[in-house]
Write a protein that binds this ligand. Structure first.
Ligand code: HEC
Length: 119
């Protein structure tokens, strides 16, 4: 009976880490570029004089999702907090992006936007 299959088609509980992980990475890439992260950390997080490179984070066990979320929410010594300017969902997407070993290019090119374009 086909009907007996219906119950097994429910969404997996780990959706964010399953099929939608790639789209979360892309969403995170766009946020990273458009919300000001790239202004200090450089396009794709390669680093600038203002802020360290973030490209090694996927290999650094110290940077758990919880610690990354905390850094973004509360900032650091010179990094501003983003608790008021990003939603929990957006922060989760940026964390997925930061932890991706092969970072997707945000649609629209790799260049950081002009400062005045961000709001
Ligand atoms: C005004 C410049 C600035 C902006 C904007 C900024 N950061 Fe940072 N960030 C820093 C600096 C400087 C550090 C080094 C630690 C500190 O002083 O806070 C840092 C550290 C970090 C770290 C820890 C890396 C490490 O190895 O210490 C993460 C992760 C991070 N930033 C992510 C982000 C994300 C994601 C955004 C955007 C939501 C962002 N940053 C926006 C300046 C910035």
């Amino acid at each position: 009976m086909m009907l007996s299959l219906a119950g097994s088609l429910a969404l997996p509980a780990h959706g964010l880490w399953g099929n939608s992980q790639k789209s979360s990475q892309v969403a995170g890439a766009v946020l990273f570029r458009d919300k000001g992260c790239a202004h200090c950390h450089g396009a794709a997080g390669i680093g600038t004089q203002k802020a360290p490179s973030l490209t090694g984070l996927p290999h650094d066990k110290k940077w758990t999702p919880a610690k990354l979320t905390d850094q973004i929410l509360n900032g650091g010594q010179k990094m501003p907090p983003f608790a008021d300017s990003l939603t929990d969902q957006q922060i989760a997407e940026i964390v997925v992006y930061l932890r991706a070993k092969h970072k997707p290019t945000p649609p629209g090119g790799t260049a950081a936007p002009p400062m005045s374009a961000a709001d």
